[in-house]
Design a binder for this molecule. Structure first.
Ligand code: ADE
Length: 232
């Protein structure tokens, strides 16, 4: 999967792209990430990428020309999604991640400061995504969240595909409790069933705990789970 990131702050991505699971995904070619500095497309000698808002008010607006040209420079096919991260976008959830993880190429546009010029939004942005109902100072962290979620579903990234398929949220359920050695820690023991070696009982126990937790913490998600079960 090819991922183009357009940002004013390329350095924010350096550790992110070399460490842990994303580092593996980059190294084994599961994702091919290219970073483009929007500032390289600024027109004046000061490399200006933002300006005051028409109509006044606080905050700076990212100028349209550098963003437009940066998108043109990386866009090789007409139907490549250009995703802009904004609190006004569609809320990112596992269903949306599952849709995008099949894309051959995506372009991620990270805004910064107050906003990007509306015209460039209308001209080049195809999809808008929010990672939650709160305001961040830019789209870089949302882009990292998005990349992490799609990269781990690419083939060859997780050693055990089961581990992705049994993830929290993959079936509209939150995760169940997990334990590792030692069997007793500060007086707390591991549920007996997990030591039983009976895989059918273990799977049943995990599903039951996941259902209980989801129903209690996220009744909205649990409703989706029940609806999805009925479809089966
Ligand atoms: N940019 C600023 N806040 C954001 C959010 N919550 N989601 C996506 N992009 C953003």
């Amino acid at each position: 999967m090819k991922i183009d990131i357009l940002t004013l702050f390329p350095a924010l991505f350096s550790n992110f792209l070399t460490e842990s699971m994303i580092g593996i995904a980059v190294n084994n070619g599961a994702i091919d990430v290219k970073i483009t500095n929007i500032r390289d497309f600024a027109h004046d000698k000061h490399k200006t990428t933002d300006d005051y808002p028409y109509g006044g008010g606080a905050g700076m607006i990212m100028k349209p020309e550098p963003i437009f040209e940066a998108v043109q420079a990386v866009k090789t096919a007409k139907n490549t999604p250009v995703i802009y991260f904004t609190p006004q976008g569609r809320l990112l959830d596992q269903d949306l991640v599952n849709e995008y993880c099949k894309s051959e190429k995506i372009i991620l546009l990270c805004g910064h400061y107050k906003e990007i010029d509306q015209r460039v939004r209308e001209l080049v942005v195809t999809d808008e995504i929010s990672i939650g109902d709160y305001v961040l100072s830019g789209g870089e962290i949302p882009a990292m969240v998005f990349i992490d979620a799609v990269a781990r579903l690419q083939e060859g990234v997780l050693s055990d595909i089961d581990s992705a398929m049994s993830d929290s949220h993959q079936k509209y359920l939150l995760g169940c409790p997990h334990y590792t050695r030692p069997p007793e820690f500060k007086g707390l023991t591991v549920p007996e069933v997990l030591l039983s070696g009976n895989h059918a009982r273990i799977a049943e126990w995990r599903l039951e705990r996941a259902r209980e937790i989801t129903q209690k913490i996220r009744p909205d998600l649990y409703k989706k789970f029940i609806e999805n079960e009925k479809k089966k």
